[in-house]
Design a protein around this ligand. Structure first.
Ligand SMILES: NC(=O)c1ccc[n+]([C@@H]2O[C@H](COP(=O)([O-])OP(=O)(O)OC[C@H]3O[C@@H](n4cnc5c(N)ncnc54)[C@H](O)[C@@H]3O)[C@@H](O)[C@H]2O)c1
Length: 284
């Protein structure tokens, strides 16, 4: 369901071609960091009601993008869109179960009809559950496969259906340290995130010739609303003491990497997995 009342007006009608992404020095540049200008770009973000999805929606809108904020949860969609509009950013909100193909494709179609072709898809939505293997239920599997794997497939189809085929685009999927390592009680989540990595490789190979770059981010220990429901303060303190860089992840660690992967400096990066975890996976 779209919420046209949240759609911004004034999205840039003249969109640059893929090789004219422009990079500019940030006005608050503290040394060598670059900020990207995504003005005129339409970016769909699944699961953008809260957590890393919300943070990336706000960050990319701040860099000029028009963002589609989509999530199961209407209140959180409203809050994310309101935060963007309050800073003169451009956002449209879509409340949908993106694990349902028609729901995802319908939301993307509405966004494209309102704002123009998609330039990027951020397949961020996922559902976290921890439980022993013998307690895994069909309901849990269906929920997590729907939220974390089907959303990636449908998001990719939505991108292909609504991008400018002459220009291509970029897709970012979310893996996890569990894609690489066996943590007890994470059976379904690990299966989903392992599949997302496999899918990323296939997508990079299959869609590269069509000008679509597909990469995966692998965040580690960012205390988002979804994560803190399952990881308590003591466990986070323990993790902060064992992560090689001796701190937890922050929203900006992830959002800055997204901007890099979507921007011109990453134009030859396809099929990569970027660990943003302070060294969790490397340390084993
Ligand atoms: N936070 C971390 O430490 C961490 C670590 C590794 C990977 N990740 C990955 O990063 C991404 C973001 O994680 P987060 O911590 O911000 O999660 P979160 O739980 O805080 O947010 C996920 C959002 O996705 C939405 N969502 C889930 N299923 C949906 C569906 N079917 N349709 C529409 N929306 C749906 C939820 O409603 C929620 O708003 C996820 O893919 C997650 O697996 C996070």
């Amino acid at each position: 369901m779209s919420m046209p009342g949240h759609s911004s007006s004034g999205a840039d009608a003249s969109r640059p071609s893929a090789n004219t992404w422009t990079a500019r020095m940030s006005s608050n540049c503290s040394g060598c960091d670059m900020a990207y200008d995504f003005s005129g770009y339409n970016i769909f973000i699944s699961g953008a009601g809260r957590g890393l999805g919300r943070a990336s929606a706000i960050y990319l809108a701040g860099l000029g993008a028009t963002v589609a904020v989509s999530d199961l949860d209407e209140t959180s969609v409203n809050e994310t869109v309101a935060a963007i509009l309050a800073t003169d950013g451009k956002a449209c909100g879509y409340v949908a179960d993106l694990g349902v193909r028609a729901g995802f494709l319908g939301a993307a179609a509405e966004f494209a009809a309102a704002c123009g072709p998609l330039h990027a898809m951020i397949n961020n939505a996922s559902i976290l559950r921890y439980e022993p293997i013998e307690e895994v239920s069909e309901e849990t599997v269906d929920l997590m496969v729907g939220g974390g794997l089907k959303t990636v497939l449908w998001g990719t189809q939505a991108m292909l259906a609504h991008m400018d085929a002459s220009r291509g685009g970029s897709i970012i999927n979310y893996a996890s340290p569990v894609s690489f390592r066996g943590y007890p009680r994470t059976a379904v989540y690990s299966a989903v995130k392992g599949a997302v990595l496999a899918l990323t490789r296939v997508m990079a190979a299959e869609l590269g010739p069509r000008g679509v770059r597909v990469n995966a981010l692998c965040p580690g220990s960012v205390p988002t609303p979804g994560a803190v429901a399952y990881v308590d303060r003591a466990e986070y303190e323990r993790r902060a003491g064992t992560i090689p860089l001796r701190r937890l992840g922050r929203d900006e660690d992830i959002t800055h990497a997204i901007a890099f992967l979507l921007g011109p400096d990453a134009s030859f990066i396809n099929g990569a997995v970027l660990n943003i975890d302070g060294g969790i996976v490397a340390a084993g």
